[in-house]
Design a protein around this ligand. Structure first.
Ligand SMILES: Cc1ncc(COP(=O)(O)O)c(C=O)c1O
Length: 387
C-alpha cells in the first residue's frame, strides 16, 4: 500500500553504524532505523543470540511458560524498578496495553468513562486507541470516529494538567519523557517530578512512553530516570531487541495487578527469539558501557553543531539528551533528508522543521565528526538558498 513516502535507496547489508546499498555504496546511519538499532547493524552479540535461538526454538505460545520471557522480564523489572511485564511486538501494542491497564484501573475505582490526559505533539502509535492518544492532527486525518477518553493538553505545562484535578473521570496521564516525533522536545527539569506528584495526589497512573527515549538512548535506561521519576506504567519497544520486533509494557504497584488471566494477550508477544535478542541487547549495553557513550557522544555532537552553526539565523535551537538530538530550523526542511541521503548520510526531519539525529549508541568520535560536518554543511547550504 502507498502509506509510506520512501526515499530512493535500498540497503543490502550493514556493519556497526554503516549501511551498504544494492549498488555497494556506503552510508553513515545517523538514524538507527528510527531509534531501533542502538547496537548498530549486524552486532555480533545479537546475531549470535538470534542464530543460536533459531536452532533451538522460535515460538511455542503464551499458553506455556517461556523461560527467556521470564528472564527478560526480571532484567527489565530490575532496570526500571517495576514488578511485572506484558510483552507484545511493537510500540503501539505496548501503549495499547498501558491504555487498557488505565481503563481497568478506572473500573476498579468505579470510573466507567475513564479519561487519560495526553499531550499536544505526542506520538503513541497508529492503532486506533494509540492514534487517538496522539497529538498530531495530520496522523489522525480521515480516521474518525476515534477512540474516546483522551483529553489533550499542551506539553511541558503542568498547570494545564492540574486543571483536571477536579475531573472525577481522569485515571491516568500518558507522556513521553522526551517527545521524539514531536521534535525532540525536552521538558523543563521540574515538569516530570511535578507530573508525578500531581498523579500521586490525584490517584492517577503516570504512564511514560519510553518507546523512543528508552533502552539507553538518552544516556540512561529510561528518559525519566534523568529526573528521578518513577512511573506506574512504562512502555518500551524500538531499541529493545535491535530490530527484532518486540514491545513491552512494564508496571508496578496497583497498575501491575490490572491484567489478570484472559484479560489481554498476544500470539507472538515475548516469544523466545525476540526475548533472546533483547537479553543480548541489554547485556551488551551494560558490558560495553554504551549509555555512557551515548551521553558523551550526544554532548560531543551538540557542542560540534553549536560551534559549526553559530550565528546561522536559520537555526532556532540545537537540543538533545544522549543520542536523541534535534536541530530546529525556523523553516520547514523536509527536503534535507533526501539531500543528506545524496551525501550518503541517513537523517530524518520530524515536526516539519526539526532535523532528528538518532545514531547508534556505539557511535565513535570519528563518525560523530562526519555527522557534524555533513549535517552542518547541509544546513549552511540550505540557509543560503533560503535567504
Ligand atoms: C514515543 C513513541 N511511541 C510509540 C511509537 C509507536 O511504535 P511502533 O511504531 O513500534 O508501533 C513510536 C514510534 O515512533 C514512538 O516514537
Amino acid at each position: 500500500m502507498a502509506n509510506y513516502t520512501r526515499l530512493p535507496v535500498s540497503f543490502r547489508h550493514g556493519k556497526g553504524c554503516w549501511l551498504w546499498d544494492d549498488a555497494g555504496e556506503k552510508y553513515l546511519d545517523a538514524l538507527s532505523g528510527i531509534a531501533v538499532c542502538g547496537l548498530g547493524h549486524a552486532h555480533p552479540a545479537v546475531s549470535h543470540a538470534i542464530k543460536e535461538q533459531a536452532d533451538l526454538l522460535l515460538h511455542t505460545s503464551n499458553v506455556y511458560n517461556i523461560e527467556l520471557q521470564e528472564q527478560l522480564a526480571r532484567r527489565l523489572n530490575a532496570l526500571c524498578a517495576t514488578e511485572s511485564v506484558f510483552f507484545c511486538n511493537s510500540g503501539a501494542e505496548a501503549n495499547e496495553a498501558a491504555i487498557k491497564i488505565a481503563r481497568r484501573y478506572g473500573h476498579s475505582r468505579d470510573i466507567s468513562h475513564a479519561k487519560i490526559i495526553v499531550m499536544d505533539g505526542a506520538f503513541h502509535g497508529r492503532t486506533l486507541a494509540t492514534l487517538s492518544a496522539t497529538g498530531n492532527s495530520k496522523a489522525k486525518e480521515g480516521f474518525a470516529p476515534l477512540v474516546e477518553g483522551f483529553a489533550q493538553v499542551p506539553y511541558n505545562d503542568i498547570d494545564a494538567v492540574a486543571t483536571y484535578s477536579d475531573d472525577p473521570n481522569v485515571v491516568a496521564v500518558m507522556v513521553e519523557p522526551i517527545q521524539g516525533e514531536g521534535g525532540i522536545c525536552i521538558p523543563d527539569e521540574n515538569y516530570l517530578p511535578e507530573l508525578r506528584k500531581l498523579c500521586s495526589d490525584n490517584k492517577w497512573l503516570l504512564i511514560t512512553d519510553e518507546i523512543q527515549s528508552g533502552i539507553g538512548r538518552s544516556g540512561r535506561w529510561l528518559g525519566a530516570q534523568h529526573s528521578g521519576v518513577k512511573a506506574d506504567v512504562i512502555t518500551l519497544a524500538k531499541g529493545l531487541a535491535n530490530g527484532v520486533p518486540i514491545g513491552a509494557c512494564l508496571a508496578h504497584g496497583v497498575a501491575a495487578k490490572m491484567l489478570g488471566p484472559g484479560s489481554h494477550g498476544s500470539t507472538f508477544g515475548g516469544n523466545p527469539l525476540a526475548c533472546r535478542a533483547a537479553l543480548a541487547v541489554i547485556n551488551t549495553i551494560e558490558q560495553d558501557d554504551l549509555m555512557r557513550n551515548a551521553a558523551v557522544m550526544g554532548e560531543y555532537l551538540k557542542k560540534g553543531f553549536e560551534t559549526r552553526l553559530a550565528g546561522l539565523v536559520i537555526v532556532k535551537e540545537i537540543r538533545g539528551q544522549g543520542l536523541l538530538i534535534g536541530i530546529e530550523l525556523n523553516t520547514p526542511c523536509a527536503e534535507l533528508a533526501k539531500k543528506a541521503l545524496d551525501k550518503h548520510m541517513l537523517i530524518n526531519v520530524t515536526a516539519e522543521r526539526v532535523i532528528r539525529l538518532l545514531p547508534p549508541l556505539i557511535l565513535q568520535q570519528s563518525e560523530a565528526d562526519l555527522i557534524i560536518e555533513t549535517v552542518s554543511d547541509l544546513i549552511t547550504d540550505f540557509a543560503g538558498q533560503n535567504t
